[in-house]
Design a protein around this ligand. Structure first.
Ligand code: NAP
Ligand code: MG
Length: 404
């Protein structure tokens, strides 16, 4: 075999927890290290080490991503009360993904991997639909009150000079009720828009954006205007050169078009729409084990990962020495995505080509009927075999060798 592929800039490697941590090492040992002289800057985001470092390691890994531009992340536990007890934690540390996203000011894009035999519930979806969710504000940072009958509710804004503007929300003279205050920030909306335009250019896919601006004439309309102004001033020419389109429509119309479409575009959503629609689209495509995720910052930094969690139930089987059949595809694609991007940025075409072949070998394995249990249950192939976690990786490696 030829020499190993050399890397010049390190990849930021964020290790994680439970079954995905087990898979992480297997992927490196079986599919990466034999072929690449892997150069990574390693951060152990496993819960034990996050606790040992008072979560400093998570912050440091995000800062390193800002520095080097590309990271690959393993799934991590977001602690809850049960985890605090299980790991004897000093604190209920925050979600690592939240911390990393805050440092990078990024947007998450989730895309399904399509393979023959796993048929989307919407049969006309032939290409992936990537969902981008704005992860700041709106109902997620709301203020709510119950209002008694006879009360009057107003919006009051006091500007920096003390001038007050009031607007009546509702006079509750006939009935008690509820009110809600929401906000968003031009700065955050603009970062979101920038990440979306950059990712569309990066992946050469059309970008769709939709809100309810006909009803929300100031709030949602602000989103629409910020996207359009940024598009016209900075992205229109680049989109035309690349041959892709930016398309705005009303959210109702977007939903109708998405269902009738073939896929193959990015759908940018406000926070709540993205929360709901990403679950809908992920389930309609078939399997959480085939869903990838990438965090893109407005200044073009990338962090790749699988959309699923640490697959805790499989890990406890693994610890008992039982056979597991955990799907590693989304984690493999996180690595291939990161390696391809590193190859592009550093001018190492062999590295990007390796990433393509790794993805091809992975898909080929499933399409030839060898897959993990979660896929075997869904696949419409006639000849299919469910294999264990490690065998699946060796089967991918067999096919990878023929492509190299
Ligand atoms: P999960 O790890 O995604 O797993 C939920 C279930 O989905 C599994 O029990 C399994 O079903 C199936 N599944 C998910 N990924 C699979 C794969 N690769 N192969 C086969 N089956 C797969 O979600 P969770 O159990 O709710 O969360 C576990 C931990 O992950 C939590 O501590 C949570 O905080 C963390 N989490 C992290 C991230 C992240 O780092 N991005 C995201 C989500 C959750 P069966 O048991 O039926 O086989
Ligand atoms: Mg949701």
């Amino acid at each position: 075999m030829a020499d190993k592929i050399r890397m010049t800039t390190p990849l930021v490697e964020m290790d994680g927890d439970e079954m995905t941590r087990v898979i992480w090492k297997m992927i490196k040992d079986i599919l990466l290290s034999p072929y690449i002289d892997l150069k990574t800057e390693y951060y152990d985001l496993g819960l034990k080490n996050r606790d040992l470092t008072s979560d400093q390691v998570t912050y440091d890994s995000a800062v390193a991503t800002k520095k080097y531009g590309v990271a690959v992340k393993c799934a991590t536990i977001t602690p809850n009360a049960a985890r605090v007890e299980e790991y004897n934690l000093h604190e209920m540390w925050k979600s690592p993904n939240g911390t990393i996203r805050a440092v990078l000011d990024g947007t998450v894009f989730r895309s399904p991997i399509l393979v023959k035999g796993i048929v989307p519930f919407i049969p006309n979806w032939k290409k992936p639909i990537s969902i981008a969710r704005h992860a700041y504000g709106d109902v997620y940072k709301n203020v709510e009150m119950q209002v008694p009958q006879g009360a009057k509710a107003e919006l009051v804004v006091t500007d920096k000079d003390g001038n007050v503007t009031r607007e009546l929300i509702h006079d509750f003279k006939d009935s008690a009720g509820v009110i809600q205050g929401q906000h968003n920030l031009d700065k955050s909306i603009e970062s979101f828009a920038r990440s979306c335009f950059n990712y569309a250019l990066d992946t050469k896919q059309d970008l769709w954006f939709a809100t309810k601006d006909t009803i929300s004439k100031k709030y949602d309309h602000r989103f629409k205007d910020i996207f359009q102004d940024l598009y016209d001033s900075e992205y229109k020419e680049k989109f035309e050169e690349t041959g892709i389109e930016y398309f705005y429509t009303l959210i109702d119309d977007a939903v109708a078009r998405v269902i009738r479409s073939e896929g193959g575009y990015i759908w940018a959503c406000k926070n709540y729409d993205g929360d709901v629609m990403s679950d809908m689209v992920a389930n309609a495509f078939g399997s959480l084990g085939l869903m990838t995720s990438v965090l893109v910052s407005p200044d073009g930094k990338y962090e790749y990962e699988a959309a699923h969690g640490t697959v805790q139930r499989h890990y406890y089987k693994y610890l008992k020495g039982e056979t597991t059949s955990t799907n590693s595809i989304a984690t493999i694609f996180a690595w291939s995505g990161a390696l391809r991007k590193r190859g592009e940025l550093d001018g190492i075409p062999e590295l990007s080509a390796f990433a393509d072949k790794l993805e091809k070998a992975s898909i080929q394995t499933i399409e030839e009927g060898i897959m993990t249990g979660d896929l075997e249950r869904l696949s419409t192939l006639e000849n299919k075999t469910a294999v264990d976690t490690e065998t699946f990786l060796h089967e991918i490696d067999k096919r990878l060798r023929t492509l190299l």
